[in-house]
Design a binder for this molecule. Structure first.
Ligand code: BGC
Length: 507
């Protein structure tokens, strides 16, 4: 997720002299851990909540409902606020932690913030894997959420600052790719651990999060802080020395001067949030906020969080549900690669619009199949129809993964001007976490009440967001980041009216 350029401390028009050095490569591996950790947390909860032993221990009421045939509606077996809280509490904590994280990234630097994230992840993982009761389980999720809040603010920032300009864009989507790999890894782990006899497989599932957590922690001890962060905190000489080391060239003066200048400009903005609310920053703000709300209202996390539960609901056995979740996880990774390849060729708008049609159609097919075939108390789908549902879910996930997944993060990060970039990024992460929380907390109850209509609900949202893209989202492909105002906003049929206002924010 979250990405790039969130700092108000760099980036000009120049592509400075730079080699791709070992330090930069090590940093990419670090990013992998931040993204993997985030993805692992997204993917692990659904599989765990569909494991009978886990339910028996922590949610006996839900367990009973899943065992009794014909009493509870198929759609309502998992409708339980506590069970949803197990998934959603992480995002609530992440959202809160984002505020603290934006402070520590600024005052203590990216490196220390990543270390804090790693420590939260480790303690959270221990609580989860060793949980004896629901309280321990939820505390563990909250700690992991704090880790996500800190990591998602610091790691992408760290990456975008340490990378040479020419690979910054690709790195931006690489973070998303790592998130999808984390989700897939979690799906695979659940598939394996569900088979462990003795009923402790869920502990292993939750405990294996310790691997990326430990790697992130150790990694953050090894790496240097970014030159941008050092310079912004007044450590000019150290910043210059680090810049030389990471670029692997001796003449870093032009880049160094630009960072110093950008730091100065950024430090003059005394009230970043108030600045963000000015009329002339309205287009970017509206787009960033809408992109996050829309990204979550595609319904993607209904699948990412609850695919095994969902497949179980429509009649798959436990094994087949976990297996199907692995397939959707793999499609998610592969389709993200498509995005990396095509985003600067086909452009953002085309990907979003094409995906809108594909997501709409696949959700409608799922709604029709479930509407006709999955009744409250009837038995499962036939093999052919079950396959059709899995194929349609995959078609939906693929479309998301080459559009709203990465672009939901990329577009806000590339449209804010330097002076609002940092505040803009915090708002972007926060809004995303709020709506991720909402979906995590509400989906199983919505499934119970809307039944197959839940997919019609999401497809209606997909139509709304596609219309938004069609009329209000300008193309930002190949536009240098500091030229957005002149080349994009001032040219747009609607947003240009926000560009000709005075400094006090009046039109
Ligand atoms: C979203 C997550 C989602 C993931 C799926 C990300 O861009 O922010 O909420 O789970 O994509 O790959």
């Amino acid at each position: 997720m979250a990405v790039g350029f969130a700092t108000a401390t760099h980036r000009g028009s120049g592509d400075f002299e730079a080699n791709i050095t070992l330090v930069v490569i090590v940093s990419c591996i670090l990013a992998a851990n931040g993204g993997l950790m985030f993805g692992y947390d997204i993917g692990i909860s659904g599989g765990v909540t569909s494991m009978p032993q886990f339910l028996k221990k922590f949610f006996p009421v839900v367990y009973k409902k899943t065992q009794e045939k014909g009493i509870e509606s198929n759609y309502c077996k998992y409708d339980n606020q506590g069970l949803q809280l197990f998934t959603s509490s992480l995002y609530l904590a992440a959202l809160t932690a984002t505020f603290a994280a934006s402070h520590t990234t600024r005052t203590l630097g990216r490196k220390v913030t990543m270390l804090i994230a790693g420590l939260f992840f480790i303690v959270g993982t221990v609580f989860n894997a060793a949980a004896m009761n629901l309280v321990m389980l939820i505390i563990g999720r909250i700690l992991l959420g704090c880790g996500v809040g800190f990591a998602n603010q610091a790691v992408p920032l760290f990456l975008s600052e340490i990378a040479p300009t020419r690979i910054r864009g690709a790195l931006n989507i690489l973070f998303q790719l790592n998130t999808t790999i984390g989700i897939l890894f979690a799906n695979l782990v659940n598939f394996g651990t569900a088979k462990i006899s003795g009923g402790w497989g869920w502990r292993l599932s939750l405990g294996l999060a310790g691997v990326p957590a430990l790697m992130l922690t150790l990694g953050s001890l090894i790496v240097v802080d970014t030159p941008n962060s050092l310079i912004a905190r007044g450590k000019l000489e150290e910043g210059k020395a680090v810049l030389k080391r990471i670029r692997g060239v001796s003449n870093v003066e032009p880049e160094y001067l630009e960072i110093v200048e950008a730091s100065r400009v950024a430090s003059e903005v005394k009230h970043p949030m108030r600045n963000l609310l000015r009329r002339r920053n309205r287009p970017q703000l509206v787009i960033a906020v809408c992109m996050q709300i829309f990204q979550q209202f595609t319904g993607i996390n209904a699948i990412m969080f609850y695919a095994p539960v969902l497949f179980n609901t429509v009649g798959f056995k436990s094994d087949a549900s976990l297996y199907s979740a692995v397939i959707t996880g793999a499609v998610n990774v592969l389709a993200t690669l498509v995005s990396i390849y095509s985003v600067d060729r086909l452009g953002r708008r085309l990907l979003l619009l094409q995906a809108g049609v594909q997501m709409f159609l696949s959700q409608m097919v799922v709604a029709v199949v479930l509407g006709l075939k999955v009744k409250d108390h009837s038995e499962s789908l036939t093999k052919g129809l079950a396959l059709l549902v899995v194929v349609m879910v995959c078609t939906f996930v693929a479309a998301f993964a080459w559009s709203w997944g990465p672009l939901g993060w990329l577009i806000p990060s590339e449209t804010f001007p330097l002076e609002t970039r940092s505040a803009g990024q915090s708002v972007t992460v926060c809004v995303n976490m709020v709506f991720t929380f909402v979906i995590a907390q509400a989906f199983l109850s919505m499934l119970c009440h809307f039944k197959f209509g839940i997919f019609i609900f999401f497809s209606a949202w997909v139509s709304v967001m596609s219309v938004f893209v069609l009329f209000l989202l300008p193309e930002t492909k190949n536009v240098p980041i500091e030229e957005m105002t002149n080349r994009v906003w001032s040219q747009h049929w609607y947003w240009r009216r926000f560009m000709d206002n005075d400094e006090n924010g009046h039109a």
